[in-house]
Write a protein that binds this ligand. Structure first.
Ligand code: GRF
Length: 221
């Protein structure tokens, strides 16, 4: 049984998708928010998950906040820490502490569009394909070994909201999938920072393209 802690800042729909996936061999030890008003806490509590708040505004600097956060996380001794819409830049020390067991989801096809406002920037750039990436976290912002990506088309009449919604629907598929692979000890990072899935996985699962593959099959079931 693998124990995971999920960090959120707001609505927590990715956390919800991971909880709802009921991944075999995974126990959600806690959901921790850095904002007391994070609405995702309500879902977690309603599902009997231990919830905690480590309010970043109560700490003088990033290091003291990250220390308090790490203490809260470590109390649950997780095998994996999952950043799910956790809107804080983490210190190098924090990232090093959880190296190889810290995942993030970013709403773009990295390495394109790291940082904020990815959907608006994708539309402004005129890209035809956008998406989301689950990756291991390194000290660089929105960087690190890529586990799985999902692509969606950018339509001519998209605005930020319609594009975000299309991407988010894919996020809810690929994040539980990445956690599942981790829990099965199948994620291997090579010396060049590339991730493979031990035992293989179909292309349809490692790179989900919509609408052609609107309902991925096989391992994604
Ligand atoms: C998602 O788009 C995620 O990729 C980004 O922040 C958003 C969080 O949404 N990092 P939610 O809180 O999981 O609903």
């Amino acid at each position: 049984m693998k124990s995971i802690v999920i960090l959120i800042s707001g609505r927590g729909s990715n956390m919800e998708a991971i909880v709802r996936a009921r991944i075999p061999g995974v126990r959600i030890a806690a959901v921790i928010a850095n904002r007391p008003g994070a609405s995702g806490l309500v879902f977690a509590q309603a599902n009997g998950i231990d919830t905690r708040v480590v309010d970043h505004t109560a700490y003088a600097d990033r290091v003291s906040f990250d220390d308090a956060l790490a203490e809260c996380i470590d109390a649950h001794a997780p095998d994996l820490v999952v950043l799910a819409g956790f809107m804080r830049v983490l210190t190098d020390g924090f990232v090093r502490r959880y190296e190889g067991r810290l995942l993030n989801i970013h709403p773009s096809l990295l390495p394109a569009f790291p940082g904020l406002h990815t959907h608006r920037r994708a539309i402004e750039a005129g890209v035809k394909v956008h998406g989301a990436t689950v990756h291991f976290v390194t000290a660089e912002l929105d960087d690190g070994p890529i586990v799985v990506q999902a692509a969606v088309p950018v339509r001519a009449d998209d605005d930020e909201a319609t594009l975000a919604a299309r991407v988010l629907a894919r996020e809810h598929l690929i994040y539980p999938q990445a956690v599942r692979w981790f829990a099965e000890d199948r994620l291997v990072i090579d010396g060049k920072g590339r991730v493979s899935v031990r035992g293989g996985c179909s292309d349809e699962v490692s790179a989900w393209i919509v609408p052609a593959l609107d309902a991925p099959t096989g391992e994604a079931s």
